[in-house]
Write a protein that binds this ligand. Sequence first.
Ligand code: NAP
Length: 462
Amino acid sequence: MMQLGVIGLGTMGANLARNAARNGAQVVLFNRTKDKTRAFMKQFGTEGDFVPAETLRQFLSALGAPRVILLMVKAGEAVDAVIEESLPSLRKGDILIDAGNSHYRDTERREAHLLRQGVHFIGMGVSGGEEGALRGPSMMPGGDPAAVKKLLPLLRKMSAADGAGGACVTHVGPGGAGHFVKMIHNGIEYAVMQLIAESYDLLKSLGGLTNKDLAKTFAAWSRSDDLGSYLTEITARIFTVKDPGTRKDLIDLIDDAAGQKGTGRWTTEAAMELGMAIPSINAAVDARLFSGEKEYRTKAGKNMPTSLLPLRRIAPGIVRSALELSVICAYAEGFELMAKMAAKKQWNLDLAEIARIWRGGCIIRSRFLVTLQKALTGSSAAKKAILMRLSGVRQRQWRQAIAAGIARGVPMPALSASLWFYDSLRRDRLPQNLIQAQRDFFGAHTYRRTDRAGDFHTVWNR
Ligand code: NAP
């Protein structure tokens, strides 16, 4: 039987601990605040083989060598604090897994730091929220392959099924690869959530749909092959929930300023550093930031003139195509960013395998990932199926939905960013030849030509 130590019994840690115990591990527990460990034992102590520890020293001595410790504390300084406190007692061969949302660079720093003492540090992305952590999340461990191999038998049991006989876990790659891939997962998550929110706005503002209609529409979409996903499913459910106090639809009582914990911004920063455009994801991060600037937008918005174009109601089918095709763009951006980073870091990421482990358990699990996995494995039928979706009527409806939003002044940062991403890919010539000419004009920055190799400069203002 495997023994697993869990430090941090917050929402995620407690559920992962219960998940590991249900899957046959003896789980040694430690939390900075003792009361939480006691409360855990009172509530779940009989569910499995748990060994509660009141001090870190007790915790470490309850674990047999080599120790396997899963850290599920607040990302950032808390992780370093726990590492520093445990390090003097850790021994060669021990494995420390950081399962929180740490920045991949911090993971690489910590890995190098712990390796000096022969301790393996595994940065593991975990997605699935509270429910996933308990019943089966998607897990993305990165780090030393031999150390990850030792963990895989338990992680396979703990993780979600991928719907094709496998488990939603794999050794993602070395160093910070696991946390990087989790960060991209969250970047895509930001984009898909924003795309759904903009679709909701279009359906409500221009389609005249009530919350009841929206629940039905999203429920139907969530059962379809093209839009079936956990996020469309929960969206449908959200529109049916009443506020117990007022009996009004809860969604209408919720403030419109969304929060962000950092992984979306980190994705944007990583893309900027790599010199790569991820318009849909960036737009989603911007939209959350903008929503949070409530005082500014309400004050400045008061005096903004409105002058709109006439438009009849738009049909839900039009919005559906816009959402479907934009979601494809968000995935494309995220996967391309992983490919670029993998090339830079020589991580050798298996993108098809990453699509596979996202098929179950995680927040962006969707039927589209099944097709995407096949396409990334090299299936020409799957690649063709994706291109088919992007063609004909659906593409026209995508343009129609965005044109409608623009005509009526409905902000659609992510939907329109996805379309400009697509149109920029489609065009064989972009207008940046003019930018090159302007740069050379005012700053002698030189430009390259389409007909000859080399760098050229022109005296433009002769
Ligand atoms: P949480 O419920 O707020 O729990 C935080 C845990 O961190 C508590 O056990 C807390 O201990 C501990 N902690 C905080 N500062 C500490 C310190 N300086 N030293 C030692 N322990 C410290 O958080 P959570 O939602 O479980 O999230 C944990 C991690 O998982 C985060 O990195 C988060 O980003 C990531 N994550 C969360 C989700 C999700 O859906 N919630 C999904 C995937 C990943 P005390 O009880 O003593 O305060």
